[in-house]
Design a protein around this ligand. Structure first.
Ligand code: NCD
Ligand code: ZN
Length: 454
C-alpha cells in the first residue's frame, strides 16, 4: 500500500513474497454465517487468504468440522516461580492451554516472588523461554514506583489488586487508586484490575461454605470497586477482571470499559454445601446473579471470557473451608465447556468466538484470534459431534481436579500454531517454542473500552 507505514503487529502483517504452505478446508463463521471456506496459510505461519476455493498444496479438508481462530485467555496463574513441588508449571499450564484451544495466555504476577521489578520479570521470562507450548504475555504488579518505567518497557501489562488474594497481602488504599491509575495511563500498557473493595468485606464467624464466602466478600465490595474505576482516565487501557454481578457488567458496559467473566461465575453458584474446592475470589454468587450474568454473556454484552485459572493442589483444597486457598483451575476447559453450550443450542458460536478469541487478543494488541489475512494462523478444528466429559485427573494440570467435573466438553481435535499442528486427534504434539509477547497496538486503536469489533 503506497504511502502507508508498516502495519502494526496487532493489525497483522502480510508478506506478498510468502508462499502457501497449507490450505485448510472446512466450515467457518464468516460475516455471521457458518459456511464452507478454504484458508491458505503461508510459509511464515500467517493467514494468506480466505476464499471459497484457493490454489495451493498440501490441502487438508476437515469436512463438516468447524475452523475457529484459537482463543486467548488473558487471565491465568501458573505457579512458577515459587510454587510447591507438585504445582502447575509453565510447561504443564501451557500444554493445558494448547489442548483447550488457547494460543496465548496472560500470566499474572502473583507468583513467589511477585513480578514487581525488572529482576523478577527477567527471571520469569527465563522460565518461559524454551518451555512454553503457547505464547505467554507476562503481567507485572505496579507496587514499586521506582520500577514502573523500566517494567513498562518490558512487561506485557500491569495487574492491580484492589484487595488481598492468593499471594497478595496488601492492596493500595482506595484513596491511592486514582493517582496510581493516572500514573499507569502514561505508560501505555494494558491494566487489568482485580475489583473487590476490602473495606466492604464482612467479619464474623469463619466461612464454612461458598454461600458464607459470598456473604463475607459480598457483591457490595465489587460494586464499590467498580464505582472507583468507571471514572478512570480514558487514556488508560483498563480491563476489569472476573466481574460477577449483573449490575457490575451493566455499569462497565455503559462506561465503555473492558471486562471479563469466568466460566465458573457463568456456570456455578454459591450454596450452603459448596465446599472449599469452589472457594474462589471473587466468590461464586447466588443462582439469580449467575443466571443473570449468563444471560448477559449469551446476549453478547460481556466483552471477554477468561478462565482465572488458579490450580491449587487437591490437598490444599481439602483443608477446612476457612483455611483453604481461593481459586479454581480452568484454562484447558474454558473453551471446550462453552463449545458444548454452543452444541446444545444455548449459546451462539459468534458470541463465544468474539469473547474468547477476538476481543482478548485485541485488548492485548496481538495479531491473533481472527480469521483475517495477515493474522497468525493460530487455528482450531472443532467437530461438534465429538463430545467428552471433564475428568479432572485427565487434564494436563498436575492439580488433578476441576470444578467442572462431569461437564460436557467439545474439545478441539486440532490446534495449529502459526500454521503448524500442535494438537492432533486431541493430543498435544507440539514443541516448547512459545514466546513472551508484548502488546503492539494499531495506530488509532481506542486506548480503552469495550474492544471494538470490526
Ligand atoms: C487466584 C490465585 O490463586 O492465584 N485466586 C483466585 O481465587 N482467583 C488469585 C486471584 O486472581 O485472585
Ligand atoms: Zn486471578
Amino acid at each position: 500500500m503506497p504511502g502507508r507505514s508498516r502495519p502494526r503487529r496487532s493489525e497483522g502483517t502480510y508478506d506478498p513474497e510468502a508462499t502457501t504452505a497449507l490450505v485448510l478446508a472446512g466450515r467457518a463463521l464468516l460475516r455471521g454465517r457458518l459456511q464452507r471456506v478454504e484458508i491458505a496459510i503461508d510459509d511464515r505461519g500467517r493467514i494468506r487468504a480466505i476464499g471459497k476455493t484457493l490454489p495451493g498444496s498440501p490441502r487438508h479438508d476437515v469436512g463438516d468440522a468447524v475452523i475457529l481462530p484459537a482463543a486467548t485467555d488473558l487471565h491465568v496463574h501458573f505457579r512458577e516461580p515459587g510454587g510447591p513441588a507438585d504445582a502447575e508449571t509453565i510447561p504443564s499450564g501451557t500444554i493445558g492451554a494448547a489442548l483447550g484451544g488457547v494460543a496465548l495466555v496472560g500470566e499474572m504476577p502473583n507468583t513467589r516472588p511477585p513480578v514487581t521489578d525488572v529482576e523478577s520479570w527477567s527471571s520469569k521470562v527465563r522460565l518461559v523461554e524454551g518451555r512454553a507450548a503457547v505464547d505467554v504475555l507476562l503481567y507485572a504488579s505496579p507496587v514499586e514506583p521506582a520500577s514502573l518505567e523500566a517494567l513498562s518497557r518490558r512487561a506485557g501489562g500491569f495487574k492491580v489488586y484492589l484487595s488481598p488474594t492468593t499471594g497478595i497481602e496488601t492492596a493500595p488504599r482506595g484513596d491511592e487508586v486514582p493517582a496510581l491509575l493516572e500514573r499507569l495511563s502514561k505508560l501505555g500498557l494494558p491494566v487489568a484490575v482485580h475489583a473487590e473493595d476490602p473495606t466492604r468485606f464482612r467479619g464474623g464467624k469463619p466461612a464454612g461454605s461458598t454461600a458464607d464466602w459470598n456473604a463475607l466478600r459480598p457483591v457490595a465490595s465489587e460494586a464499590a470497586a467498580i464505582g472507583s474505576l468507571v471514572g478512570a482516565t480514558r487514556a488508560l487501557r483498563l480491563h476489569v477482571a472476573h466481574v460477577t454481578t449483573i449490575d457490575g457488567a451493566k455499569r462497565l458496559r455503559s462506561a465503555g470499559l473492558s471486562f471479563e467473566v469466568t466460566p465458573h461465575h457463568l456456570l456455578l453458584s454459591a450454596t450452603p454445601r459448596g465446599d472449599a474446592r469452589f472457594k474462589v475470589n471473587p466468590p461464586l454468587r447466588t443462582e439469580r446473579e449467575r443466571a443473570g450474568i449468563w444471560e448477559a454473556f449469551r446476549r453478547g454484552e460481556v466483552p471477554i471470557l477468561a478462565s482465572d485459572h488458579a490450580p491449587h493442589p487437591t490437598d490444599a483444597k481439602r483443608l477446612p473451608f476457612d483455611s483453604a486457598p481461593s481459586g479454581v483451575p480452568g484454562v484447558e476447559t474454558m473453551l471446550p465447556i462453552l463449545l458444548a453450550r454452543v452444541r446444545a443450542g444455548e449459546l451462539d458460536l459468534g458470541v463465544l468466538q468474539a469473547a474468547a478469541c477476538d476481543r482478548p487478543a485485541r485488548w492485548l494488541g496481538q495479531p491473533t484470534g481472527r480469521l483475517a489475512p495477515g493474522h497468525r494462523a493460530n487455528l482450531l478444528v472443532v467437530d461438534f459431534r465429538s463430545r467428552s466429559t471433564v475428568e479432572g485427573a485427565k487434564l494436563a494440570s498436575p492439580c488433578g481436579w476441576s470444578p467442572f467435573e462431569g461437564f460436557e466438553m467439545v474439545r478441539p481435535l486440532e490446534h495449529y500454531r502459526d500454521g503448524s499442528r500442535i494438537v492432533e486427534d486431541g493430543e498435544y504434539v507440539g514443541r516448547p517454542d512459545g514466546k513472551v509477547v508484548r502488546p503492539d497496538y494499531a495506530p488509532g486503536q481506542a486506548p480503552s473500552g469495550f474492544p471494538r469489533d470490526d
